[in-house]
Design a protein around this ligand. Structure first.
Ligand code: FMN
Length: 321
C-alpha cells in the first residue's frame, strides 16, 4: 500500500493514544514490527500558546519512519500553519487530522468529532492544510453522530475530493466513546466508496481479529490501539500470521527485555522522576496473565528510580523464568 508517495511496508498501524503513544512507546512498537506509528493528538492552539509541551509531543527520531503526527483544531488557518511548521521541522512523514475525539473540551471548540457535523468547515480545513503541505495527509474519523455511518461517508468523500491521501475509520459513534462494538460493516462500505486507502480500526484485540478485519472488510491496513498496550508484539505477530498462517508467542525474555527497554527510554526522554511516576502504571500492562503478576504490580507501584525499576523487572524475570 502507498499513502501518497510513501510505500508502507506492512499492514499495521499504531493508533494514536493520548498520554501513551509517546516517543519511547513508539520506538518499542516500531521495533516490534509496526509499519506506521502515530503520535497522540497534538493541539494546533497549543503549538502557538504552549510550544514547550508541544515540542515534546512532536519530537521524533529517524528510526520511527514513517511517523504520523496527529493534530487537532477547528481553525483552518491555524491548522494549516501548524501542519506547515511540522513539515518544515521534518518532524513527521504523515500528518493526520483528528475527526474522532469526543472529549467535551475538544468538541466544545468545534474540533475532533464536532467536525463531523460541520462538513463545510471540514472541507475548508482540509483544503487549507492540503495547500500548506506536500506531506501525505490522512484523517481519522468515527461513524459520526449516529450509527448509520452517513456522516463518515460524507466527510470521507469531502476529504478525498480535497486531496487527502487515506482515511482511518473507527466505526463507533460520537456518543459511544469506546463502549459497545465497532461496526466493521461501515469499514466494508467505506472501502467500496473510496479510491484512496482505507485503514480499519476498532476492537482488534488479538492477531486473529486483525486477520478477520482485513478479510471481511477489504480494508488496506489495520490500526491497533489498546491491544498494543499489553502486547506490543502484536504487530509482528499479525505480519507473521498473514504470511504463514501462524505466529510466534513472545518469550518471557522478550517481554522482560521490552519492559527494560521502555524503562530506559522513558528515563532518557522524560527524566527520572516523571518517568518513574508514569512507569508505575505502564510496566504493569506487560505482565497480564503471568503468574504472580498482581504482587509484582504492587511492587511496581512503589518504583523510586530507574535502577529500582530495572532490578524489580530482573527479580520477577528470575522468579518466573
Ligand atoms: C487512552 C486512549 C487515548 C486515545 N487517544 C486518541 C488520540 O489522541 N487520537 C485519536 O484519534 N484517537 C485516540 N483514541 C482512540 C484510538 O486511537 C482508537 O481509535 C480506539 O482506541 C479504538 O481502537 P482499539 O480498539 O484498537 O483500541 C484513544 C483511545 C484511548 C483508549
Amino acid at each position: 500500500m502507498k499513502i501518497k508517495n510513501i510505500q508502507i511496508h506492512g499492514k499495521t498501524f499504531l493508533a494514536p493514544l493520548a498520554g501513551i503513544t509517546n516517543l519511547p512507546f513508539r520506538l518499542l512498537v516500531k521495533e516490534c514490527g509496526c509499519a506506521v506509528v502515530s503520535s497522540e493528538m497534538v493541539s494546533a492552539k497549543g503549538f502557538f500558546y504552549n510550544s514547550e509541551k508541544t515540542m515534546r509531543l512532536i519530537s521524533s527520531k529517524e528510526e520511527e519512519q514513517p511517523l504520523s503526527i496527529q493534530i487537532f483544531g477547528a481553525d483552518p488557518e491555524l491548522m494549516a500553519d501548524f501542519a506547515r511548521a511540522i513539515q518544515e521541522m521534518k518532524a513527521a512523514h504523515i500528518i493526520d487530522i483528528n475527526f474522532g475525539c469526543s472529549v467535551k473540551k475538544v468538541v466544545k471548540q468545534g474540533a475532533g468529532v464536532a467536525l463531523m457535523k460541520q462538513p463545510e468547515l471540514a472541507g475548508a480545513l482540509l483544503s487549507s492544510i492540503r495547500k500548506a503541505i506536500d506531506l501525505p495527509l490522512t484523517i481519522k474519523i468515527r461513524s459520526g453522530w449516529d450509527a448509520s455511518g452517513q456522516d463518515a461517508f460524507r466527510i470521507a468523500q469531502i476529504a478525498q475530493d480535497a486531496g487527502v491521501d487515506a482515511v482511518i475509520l473507527h466505526p463507533r459513534t460520537a456518543g459511544q466513546g469506546f463502549k459497545g462494538k465497532a461496526d466493521w460493516n461501515l469499514i466494508t462500505e467505506m472501502k467500496q466508496r473510496l479510491s484512496i486507502p482505507v485503514i480499519g480500526n476498532g476492537d482488534i484485540t488479538c492477531v486473529e481479529d486483525a486477520h478477520k478485519m482485513l478479510s471481511v472488510t477489504g480494508c488496506d491496513a489495520v490500526m491497533v490501539g489498546r491491544a498494543a498496550l499489553s502486547n506490543p508484539f502484536i504487530f509482528s505477530q499479525i505480519d507473521a500470521f498473514l504470511e504463514t498462517g501462524s505466529y510466534p508467542v513472545p518469550s518471557r525474555r522478550q517481554i522482560f527485555g521490552a519492559m527494560a527497554q521502555l524503562t530506559r527510554s522513558y528515563i532518557d526522554f522524560f527524566g527520572e522522576e516523571p518517568a518513574c511516576r508514569m512507569l508505575r502504571g505502564r510496566l504493569s500492562w506487560f505482565v497480564k496473565g503471568i503468574p504472580g503478576c498482581s504482587s509484582f504490580r504492587k511492587r511496581l507501584s512503589a518504583i523510586e528510580s530507574g535502577d529500582h525499576a530495572l532490578s524489580l523487572i530482573r527479580e520477577f524475570e528470575t522468579l518466573t523464568g
